[in-house]
Structure formats: C-alpha cells, structure tokens
Design a protein around this ligand. Sequence first.
Ligand code: GLU
Length: 425
Amino acid sequence: MAKPGDLVEVITKNKTYKGILMPKPEILKSNTIVIKLNSGYNIGIDKKNIKKIKVIKKAKKKKARRKKIKQNKKLPTVSILSTGGTISSKVDYTTGGTYASLTAEDFVELEPKILKFANIRAKQVLQIMSEDVNPDDWVKLAKEVYKELNKKDVSGVVITHGTDTLHYTAAMLSFMFPKLSKPIVLVGAQRSTDRGSSDTFMNLICSVIAATQRIGEVMVCMHATPNDDFCYLHRGTKVRKMHTSRRDAFRSINQFPIAKVFPDGRIEILIDYKKLDGKNELDTKIDKKVALVYIYPGMNPKIIDYYIKQRYHGIILMGTGLGHIPTTGKDSLILKIRSAIKKGIAVCITSQCLYGRTHEFVYSNLRKLENTGAIFCEDMLPEVAYVKLMHVLGKTKKLDKVKELMKKNMTGEINPSLSPKVFLV
Ligand code: GLU
C-alpha cells in the first residue's frame, strides 16, 4: 500500500499523475488524496476517480540521530523554548509534511549560524498554533521561562511562537515579569522554511543575538523590512502584528522599536530601555474573566448583558476614534456600561485606531462615558489593555484600585506623550 513520501503513479479515468504522496491535511475530506507533482505543486484527487495507485519508489527512511553539538565555552548560552507556530514547523522536503523543531539540534540544523553567537539549549513547552494559545498557556510558559532565567549559565531566553497572537503573549509576559535579570525575546516566522522567502533564519539569528544583550525587557524580534537586512527589537507591550503575510508584519505602535539587530551580531539601540535587574520576579496571578469587545455601528447593546450574566470581572472596549461608543438613541451602550460597573465590573476604553491616545474630555459623549466610571486606557493597545486587566484583576477587584493600576505605567505600556514621528514607522 502507498504511504506518505512514496513516489506514486495515480491512474484516474482521464489522466495519470506522478508525484509524491502527501500526508493528508486535516482540512481535506477523507475521499481526497494529495500528491506533490514534479513541478512542486500539490494537487488533490478525488478517490472516486482513481482507478489505481502504483508505488514506483518507496520513501527513504529518515536518517538516524544527529551528533551532539559541541559547546563553545567562550560563548553565552541561550535557552530556546518552543511553543509551536510556523517557526517551529520544519518542512520535510520528501513528503511536504511538517514536523516540529524542538531540540537544540533541530534549531542548529535549521540555522547553523546561531552557533556563532551562543550555545543553544532547547525545550518544547507547547506545540500549538498561536490562535489556540490561551491564558493557562501563558502561565505555563511563564513558569518555564522563569526556570530558565534562574539557571546560572543561561544569558537569555528565546521563545519561538506562532505570529498570530505573539503580541498577546509578549504583553502578558511583560506584566508577569516585573523584574528581569536576563532578556526574554519572542520570535516567530511569517513564511515556512520550505519557501525561498522564509523569514525564519534571520529572525532566529537575531533573536539569539538579542537574548545575549543586557536588556531587562520582554521583546519581540522580527524582520524590520521585507528584505533580509535586519530585525527590529520591539517592546513587548508596544508591538502588534499589522499584516497577514509580510515578513515585516510586526510594528511598534506609538513608539520606536528598542533596537535594530543585524544578523552579523551588531545592535543599534534606538530608544531607552529597562536595564537588567539583579533578580527575576514572576507574578502569574491573573483573572481570566476579562473580555475584549469591538465597538461597531449597529452593535446590539445587549452584548454587554452577556458578560454581566456570565459574571465577568472586566471588559475592554475597543471604541472608535478617541474611545467613543454609541451614547445616544436605541443603540446607546451607556446604560449597559453603567449597570456593568455597578455590578463591580471594570470597564476600560481603548481605541480601534491603535495609534494615538484615548481622551475622556474632548467631546461631551466621551464625558458621558467617563461619568459612568469607565477607565480610559491612554495610548495602550487594546490587546495590551486586555492582558493588563487580567493581571490587575489578579491583584484587586476594587474598582478605584483597578483604575489606579490601569492608568499606571507598569512596564512601558503607557507613554506620557506621543511624538508625531512615531506614526506608521
Ligand atoms: N496561525 C499560526 C500561528 O499563529 C501560524 C502562523 C504563524 O506562525 O505565523 O501560530
């Protein structure tokens, strides 16, 4: 019987196809088989049209284990913790299937140049796509990071992560580690390693270089431009994925990145950063009953009732413009917000503009909203306010204290003023 990786001839009623039998993607129905043609393209063939599948050549068995990497005593050691996503998925060129990069050897095989900058240690913490990452995973990951940070010989930690929610994890870790004696660098890839345009290799080198620096922050290291010239090191609370597929999809919002990192080891610092602390502090107490709600024209105010009924403790609203929500007419949310706050739910306001700052006093409608007791989140990104509120509610449920903490700059998430130069950089 033909197995994935075998070279096969598929004879259908009308045509014969020759190619490598691929593992069937989960999304395809079971009545389809997929083969990789010589041209590199994959095609799906309906089983009911297939007369015969002939195996021309069986797939080669995988090579035995690779030899251990030698340690270079002169170099620092970086721990790579893998969580999944494109960057942790290597493509098997024979089958076209993907398998995870989990060991130090896997990462070195992927990009041998990382050994010029550090000895590598690796551990798999999760193996999921980042859209499936949840708050329990953040806690699990933070505890694993803490263990690595406390190892004497480790200079810094790199976390490989799917890009979709990488900025949520970066922000959450920023709050969970108020003190850091070593850097934490999150890295992902927009394009898989089987593509010539893959960003995996340079992102990986630059993240390892970044993890050897004396910066006491949680950061995101990703391509700065569409080319393989350098990466940006973004502050974990000021970064966002801004494009579905570009290699330079990650952008610092409302401020400049911390640094440029070049794959030859050079670093160019762009703004002030937190210096290393003498110790690491971990605080994983979070309250998961927080919602992130997008405001839009025609929104049914009863949506807020759902969160009240489900006994949520916090709601982040992604308002329009300066932080507006519908305040007049049948779609007004004001009464709902007021009753949520009366029940002790913290309601916070951010902007779907992403750039700029929310303002409670510019328009009378904003004042109406402020009068309900809603908390305006300055220039914080909505996703950052969301994880911060989980963190804050893990400490206190008292609304005046929640307000005080949400308004306080804990780890670079709030800028007191915004330079006009930081728009769309
Ligand atoms: N959507 C997946 C994730 O975020 C794959 C994409 C990626 O890693 O960039 O994990």
